[in-house]
Design a protein around this ligand. Structure first.
Ligand SMILES: Nc1ncnc2c1ncn2[C@@H]1O[C@H](COP(=O)(O)OP(=O)(O)OP(=O)(O)O)[C@@H](O)[C@H]1O
Length: 252
């Protein structure tokens, strides 16, 4: 198993946000995380990434068989965990170009390598854009494309995407989805895929372009239901979250 979360309980600012999370994601799998606003989806992501304000009060997180519950964020990134944030911070004084060099382990005083320049072009970033400060004054769509470009520089083994389709126009959703596919080995036969991911989506639009193996519904800090992504999204559309998690087909 690539990622194994057992009985995870997390407090943020003294409040119990995650109560008892059990979640396993195998090599080559893409899972989806659904749930109402405030259920704890982003909290789960940031806990997996090891942000210090997310205090694990019970349970464990294992990655590649290693208990990472007490590792720093930098150590987890080193092990192969990546994230595309919903609202990433701006970094004044650091250009996109330099950040990409750091993330793809290039020398800072060397020119950005051809692979990254090609990917930047594919994601519609010109040379001038690469010299801008990271996320400073970027439009919603530019932020999302820039997050994906940074992940392509890192190529993590496990990537979390926090609402990659929100605020992105139709053409750019297709573009972003194509690169999410690259990050999740979608161009390789299912059995041979190595890279895995977990995607938060509210409306499920991105799943028209990125296939997913399993969906989980997070309600009030617990995984209330897991199953087939298309069926669960359809149920949520028809019955709402409460109706969905009462469905007999749910694998509880
Ligand atoms: N740093 C923090 N300080 C205080 N409360 C927090 C913090 N981070 C998260 N919370 C609270 O934890 C709960 C879960 O938030 P979280 O962002 O994980 O939900 P979510 O499921 O991602 O919601 P959404 O779908 O609206 O993005 C919310 O009540 C939120 O206010």
């Amino acid at each position: 198993m690539l990622l194994e979360i057992e009985n995870l309980a997390v407090e943020v600012a003294g409040k119990r946000v995650l109560k008892d999370i059990n979640l396993s994601i195998d090599e080559g799998e893409t899972h989806v995380l659904l749930g109402p606003n405030g259920a704890g989806k982003s909290t789960l992501f940031l806990t997996i990434l090891g942000f210090p304000q997310y205090n694990v009060v019970n349970g464990s997180i294992k990655f590649k068989g290693e208990d990472i519950t007490n590792l720093t964020t930098a150590e987890r990134v080193q092990l192969g965990i990546g994230v595309s944030f919903q609202s990433p911070p701006s970094i004044r004084g650091v250009s996109v170009r330099d950040l990409l060099k750091i993330e793809s382990h290039q020398e800072i005083n060397e020119p950005l390598n051809a692979r990254m320049l090609e990917l930047a072009q594919k994601l519609k970033f010109n040379d001038e854009f690469l010299d801008r400060d990271v996320n400073f004054g970027f439009s919603g769509g530019e932020i999302k494309r820039s997050e994906i470009l940074q992940l392509l520089a890192q190529m993590p083994d496990f990537t979390m995407f926090d609402e990659p389709d929100s605020g992105v126009d139709i053409e750019n959703v297709e573009l972003i989805a194509g690169e999410i596919g690259t990050l999740l080995d979608k161009d390789i036969k299912h059995d041979s895929r190595k890279r895995s991911g977990l995607l938060i989506t509210h409306l499920g639009y991105i799943l028209n372009f990125v296939s997913a193996d399993k969906a989980h519904v997070l309600m009030d800090g617990k995984i209330a239901c897991s199953g087939n992504p298309a069926e669960i999204i359809e149920d949520i559309r028809k019955e709402g979250f409460n109706g969905c998690v009462e469905c007999a087909q749910c694998i509880k």
